[in-house]
Design a protein around this ligand. Structure first.
Ligand SMILES: Cc1ncc(COP(=O)(O)O)c(C=O)c1O
Length: 387
């Protein structure tokens, strides 16, 4: 008989998986579910993929192609103000693998990591795989889901806590952490000798006057911060599985070594495409951000008008709306909305206990789809209230 490991059994089942199955089977569903850009690959990358198709059948070094690491170095120095050298960079299969490798190389069994609650659904299982101790710091709507340094400090156990995970711009809340708060968190990291995993997968998707600041750029942080970046959102390259971690000197080699035992290297064709992507003008990413912003300006006021309190996201492409006045769980709300109005949203509880009472809508969907879905959500709410 095949045996499924206890560790695997304990990984959470996610509603998002079920929703994706339903959406595939029912193409008439209006989906505000996806966590990936709805845009095609930027045109110069399409021709580059064709050009590369016969040039990438070999493994690369575990840390990544040297030319790509050099290009990443220039990018993080210019855009993120992080003083890295190529030996600090490990190219990975997306930001998700960057986090996983960082965890593998820093956390021993039961050592603690602090995670945001609500937070991206990929976080918790990733660290549970290493039997890390998990503690949460809560994000509150009153603070527009900005982390509260006092709350983080409260959760630190000076004997067990080793890492604080930050995610800015944030999934699912759309918050962008201010420089002031990052500085306060940096002080906590120094006081308790902690590392920081900084998930910046959405770094380029910010709105209005919000500014993305990399905590790895702050004074004294180079030896503590693992900056995890991605090509998925900035270049609509999710399927190419490309990201990287900028790691402190001491652990970069360990991460490279561990990479050999997870995926050997990121796909060579994706790495070569990454070199091209980093050479592109920023206009390709900016065009996507402009389009997200147009949609944001439609979706946020409409959700608020319907009585679902929704802070204006400063980054990423999600709204996080309060449904707690409706007498139901976020899971039941999502499934009932799907059944009755054929609109898919993600229940907040999928992002952690503090997400209960909320739903996440993605505006990585065509404006027409968003508008139709909003009409149907409104109809659903009107019907629910009249019962
Ligand atoms: C916050 C966050 N981090 C990481 C990832 C995974 O990104 P990648 O495709 O680079 O692995 C996602 C994907 O949605 C995300 O939302």
């Amino acid at each position: 008989m095949v045996h499924v490991s206890e560790r695997e059994e304990q990984l959470p089942d996610q509603v998002i998986e079920k929703l994706i199955e339903i959406m595939v089977e029912h193409p008439d569903v209006l989906s505000l579910g996806p966590g990936e850009p709805d845009f095609p690959l930027p045109k110069p990358l399409v021709s580059e993929v064709k050009r590369l198709s016969n040039q990438a059948n070999h493994y690369s070094p575990a840390g990544g192609l040297h030319e790509l690491r050099e290009a990443i170095c220039r990018k993080v120095r210019r855009d993120n103000h992080i003083k890295a050298s190529p030996h600090n960079i490990v190219v990975t299969c997306g930001a998700q693998e960057a986090l996983l490798l960082s965890a593998a190389c820093t956390l021993d069994v039961s050592e603690q990591i602090l995670l945001p609650n609500p937070g991206f659904m990929g976080f918790l299982p990733c660290f549970e795989l290493f039997n890390a101790g998990i503690r949460f710091y809560d994000l509150k709507e009153e603070r527009a889901f900005e982390p509260d340094p006092d709350e983080i400090k409260k959760q630190v156990d000076s004997r067990k806590t080793k890492v604080i995970l930050l995610n800015s711009p944030a999934n699912p809340t759309g918050n962008v952490i201010s420089k002031k708060v990052l500085e306060e968190i940096a002080d906590i990291a120094v006081e308790y000798n902690l590392s920081i995993f900084s998930d910046e997968a959405y770094e380029k998707i910010v709105y209005d006057d919000a500014k993305h600041v990399s905590i790895g750029s702050l004074n004294g942080m180079a030896d503590r911060v693992f900056t995890c970046q991605s090509f998925s959102k900035s270049f609509a390259m999710c399927g190419f599985r490309l990201g990287y971690v900028v790691a402190p000197d001491k652990v970069a080699e360990a991460i490279k070594k561990t990479h050999i035992y997870t995926s050997i290297c990121a796909p060579t064709i994706s790495q070569k495409l990454g070199i091209k992507a980093l050479s592109l003008s920023s206009k390709y990413t900016q065009a996507m951000v402009k389009e997200y912003d147009k949609r944001r300006k439609v979706i946020v006021p409409r959700l608020n008008q319907m009585g679902l309190s929704t802070p204006n996201p400063k980054g990423a492409f999600y709204t996080f709306s309060n449904i707690s006045h409706i007498n139901t769980s976020s899971k039941r709300f999502a499934f009932d909305l799907l059944k009755k109005q054929k609109v898919a949203v993600i229940p907040g509880v999928d992002f952690g206990s503090e997400g209960e009472g909320y739903i996440r809508c993605s505006f990585a969907a065509k404006l027409q789809t968003i508008e139709k879905a909003l009409d149907k959500i409104e109809k659903y709410l009107t019907y629910s209230e009249s019962r």
